[in-house]
Design a protein around this ligand. Structure first.
Ligand SMILES: [Zn+2]
Length: 426
């Protein structure tokens, strides 16, 4: 499987666009039919929507079905334990059962090779690596699934689990650990602890690469790992309820390639409508590799967008542009979602701006977006600053700012939200 172009799974990862569409459509149609036949909850969802499994033949067709969110899944499992009617194979065929907070019980039929080994391979893990896997091995999928995926890449995995910082330091040092799997903040915690214990992390340790998920990787923290500690970093996007990594970074570090084991849609969370490249919406997942789990259109509550740009790494799957926040943090302006975090990212690039706040109003039948700013000091060319901010915001958030107002210092409280929605709907 590990072959000529240096990908883990060349046949899948470099599949031409048309072939991938056909591959995903075919597997989706199979998965939907299987779920309809064997999982009563999936059958009910489709019957209630008036959609027969024969009508789901392409990813586009999925939009005919409603989105199932975590709260509904919990309710369904409580009403009809343990799986809420989503188990789609005989119970004795289940290889393992994971628990996600809720609780949600998730049955897995072991599929042999851990598909997200693609992600660890892209991150550079190979035979000879000794990797501390600091995700929990209890109940949640992360520990054991990542462990198996590391093994599929040939690396040696240490089932460290979470916490116990001091013992992490000693183990990493004694075993000459070369790789880290966990969250960015935990890696930093261990580095700091090692330094407190009198080690020089750069000289006394061998950690060369780190693979992160479960937490945002702040660009500043990434820079510290890479430049100060010489640790190559890669991140992946995983959702526990769907058992594994959904998207993964390649060496380009500019977005996360979608895994071919899921159908991943970006949708308007209110209507369920599928959105196009660059549009921000909710990540909705349908697993097509796990026959045990008849879950269709699971709404993650995470916000992202995707790009169809060609990636220089040679992988052909579309890329998520990163997770921008939760659906609850987003405001819809003229049909587009604007996420507070993303808006903040735009403004933080302008040193001349001290404090800021976006205000959305409804004037007539139109949304109006105003940006109030407090300047850090004397700015000689305010017009130019305003134009630059507007242009940058529109290119990143795809929504036009109608007006930028410079307000006097102290007008905006730091405790106030970054986006205020003043619209009323009657
Ligand atoms: Zn790539």
């Amino acid at each position: 499987m590990k072959d000529k172009t240096g990908k883990f799974w060349d046949e899948l990862e470099t599949m031409p666009g048309e072939a991938r569409k056909e591959y995903l459509d075919t597997r989706l149609a199979e998965a939907t039919r299987h779920a309809y036949q064997h999982a009563p909850a999936a059958r009910k969802i489709m019957d209630d929507a008036g959609v027969s499994p024969n009508q789901i033949n392409t990813v586009k067709d999925l939009a005919k079905l409603p989105i199932t969110r975590k709260t509904e899944l919990i309710k369904l499992q409580r009403a009809n334990p343990p799986y809420g009617g989503f188990l789609a194979i005989p119970p004795a065929e289940v290889d393992r059962i994971f628990l996600s907070p809720g609780p949600i019980y998730e049955p897995i039929q072991h599929a042999g090779i851990a598909w997200f080994a693609k992600s660890f391979w892209a991150a550079g893990f190979r035979k000879g690596d000794i990797v501390a896997n600091t995700f929990t091995y209890h109940l949640s999928p992360a520990g054991i699934l990542f462990h198996e995926a590391l093994r599929d890449c040939g690396a040696t995995a240490i089932p460290m689990g979470t916490g116990n910082t001091e013992s992490q330091v000693i183990t990493w040092h004694d075993l000459k650990v070369t790789g880290f799997v966990g969250t960015p903040s935990f890696l930093m915690t261990v580095i700091k602890r090692a330094e407190e214990m009198g080690y020089n992390f750069q000289q006394d340790f061998y950690v060369k690469r780190a693979w992160f998920t479960g937490e945002m990787l702040a660009p500043s923290l990434r820079k510290t790992f890479e430049e100060t500690y010489d640790i190559h970093t890669t991140q992946a996007y995983a959702v526990t309820e769907t058992g594994g990594a959904l998207a993964y970074e390649c060496s380009e570090k500019s977005g996360l390639h979608l895994m071919d084991e899921y159908i991943i849609e970006i949708v308007d969370p209110e209507s369920g409508r599928q959105l196009g490249p660059g549009e921000v919406g909710e990540v909705v997942v349908t697993p097509i590799h796990n026959k045990a789990w008849g879950l269709i259109r699971f709404g993650t509550g995470d916000l992202s967008a995707y790009t169809t740009d060609i990636c220089p790494c040679g992988r052909t799957a579309h890329k998520l542009t990163g997770i921008m926040g939760r659906t609850s943090d987003a405001v819809k302006i003229r049909g587009m979602f604007v996420v507070a975090r993303q808006a903040e990212q735009v403004i933080r690039d302008f040193d001349q701006i001290d404090r800021f706040q976006f205000v959305v109003e409804r004037i007539g039948q139109q949304d109006k977006l105003t940006l109030n700013i407090e300047l850090a000091g004397e700015t000689t060319n305010t017009d130019r600053l305003v134009n630059d901010v507007k242009a940058r915001f529109q290119s990143l958030c795809r929504v036009k700012i109608d007006s930028v107002d410079c307000v006097t210092k102290g007008t905006i409280e730091t405790t106030e939200p970054k986006i205020v929605d003043k619209r009323t709907w009657e």
